[in-house]
Design a protein around this ligand. Sequence first.
Ligand code: CMP
Length: 138
Amino acid sequence: MSNRTFTMIKPDATGKGNTGAILSMINAAGFRIVAMKMTKLSKEKAGEFYAVHAARPFYGELVEFMSSGPITAAILEKDNAVEDFRKLIGSTNPAEAAEGTIRKLYAASIGENAVHGSDSNENAKIEGDFFFSKLEQF
Ligand code: CMP
């Protein structure tokens, strides 16, 4: 069954000019972009998006970083989208990411890790709806 995941190309990757290269890898891996926008999160919106991590020690740092510059948000469609996309991006910590993954190629640290990928179908829907109205999802 075809399904969907949500991604953000984070401020570090945007600032280094890696947006195009990352989108190219996403397309080459067979994902169809069904929604996309470049935007910048306020601290409030970044805090809301990552509210599930509010009790973690890195939450403040995460919110600061995610609101520090522009991002590209997108919804991606493919069979087994959530799991396959997490394989494509690699481990959260780039030091542990497999060769050829987006984080291995473009991430600098566990905080500045180039891309986000949803961890479940349920969260993919919540996260996609956070950024895109029904009229913006194709
Ligand atoms: P992401 O997939 O966007 O989901 C939550 C984010 O929190 C994660 O990527 C990391 O960027 C960040 N994160 C997780 N663990 C740490 C940590 N120990 N220190 C800083 N940031 C972290």
